[in-house]
Design a binder for this molecule. Structure first.
Ligand code: ZN
Length: 185
C-alpha cells in the first residue's frame, strides 16, 4: 500500500523514534508499505516518521541510482550493494568514519528542495532485520549517505538542519512556507 508521505512542518518529523521491541504484524506491514511508498516516490530511503510513525524503522534502496555507486559489507563480507536492496533496518545505530564528503541531498518530505550536505564517506551500522537477525553493515558512497540521512530521521533530525547557514538563508522563505502549510493549527 502506498502511504501518504508527511512533509516538513508536521511535528512527527521532529519526534524521536521509539525502539522496536518486537516485530509484529503491524511492523511487518509498515515495512512493506514503506518500501512500496519509497519506490513509488523514486526515493532512495524512507524513515517511519515520514509516514507518520515515530518508531526506529527505515528502508533504503540505492538500486536505481545509476550515477552514484555504493559499496556494502554485510557482516564483514563484501556483497553487491545494489543486489542487496531494499534494506529494512530496525533500531539502527550508526558509527561515522572520520572523513567527510560533500554531496547533493534531497528528502521526500521536502519536495523540490536539495542541498549540499557534508556526510561521513564511510559508515558502520548495526541493525536488526524483520526476521530478528542482528546485522552489521559497512557502507560507502550513496548508501553511506542514505544511512546517515535515515538514521537522522529516526532521531528527529532533518537534512536542512545540516545545511550550511548560507544555503539555509537561500531557502528560508520556501522552508517557512512549507512549514506553515504542514503544521497543524
Ligand atoms: Zn529524508
Amino acid at each position: 500500500m502506498n502511504l501518504p508521505i508527511v512533509r516538513y512542518g508536521d511535528p512527527v518529523l521532529r519526534a524521536k523514534g521509539k525502539r522496536i521491541a518486537k516485530v509484529d504484524e503491524h511492523i511487518r506491514a509498515l515495512a512493506e508499505n514503506m518500501i512500496e511508498t519509497m519506490h513509488a516516490a523514486n526515493g532512495v530511503g524512507l524513515a517511519a516518521q515520514q509516514v507518520g510513525e515515530a518508531v526506529r524503522l527505515a528502508v533504503i534502496d540505492v538500486g536505481a541510482a545509476e550515477d552514484q555507486s555504493s559499496t556494502l559489507k554485510l557482516n564483514g563480507e563484501e556483497v553487491d550493494a545494489k543486489a542487496s536492496m531494499p534494506l529494512v533496518l530496525l533500531n539502527p545505530e550508526i558509527s561515522l568514519g572520520e572523513e567527510n564528503i560533500l554531496g547533493v541531498e534531497g528528502c521526500l518530505s521536502f519536495p523540490e528542495i536539495t542541498g549540499d550536505i557534508a556526510r561521513a564517506s564511510v559508515v558502520t551500522a548495526r541493525a536488526e532485520t524483520l526476521e530478528g537477525a542482528k546485522i552489521e553493515i559497512e557502507a560507502t558512497g550513496l548508501l553511506a549517505r542514505a544511512l546517515q540521512h535515515e538514521v537522522d530521521h529516526l532521531n528527529g533530525i532533518l537534512f536542512v538542519d545540516r545545511m550550511s547557514a548560507v544555503a539555509k538563508v537561500a531557502l528560508r522563505s520556501r522552508l517557512r512556507r512549507m512549514k506553515k502549510e504542514n503544521t497543524p493549527r
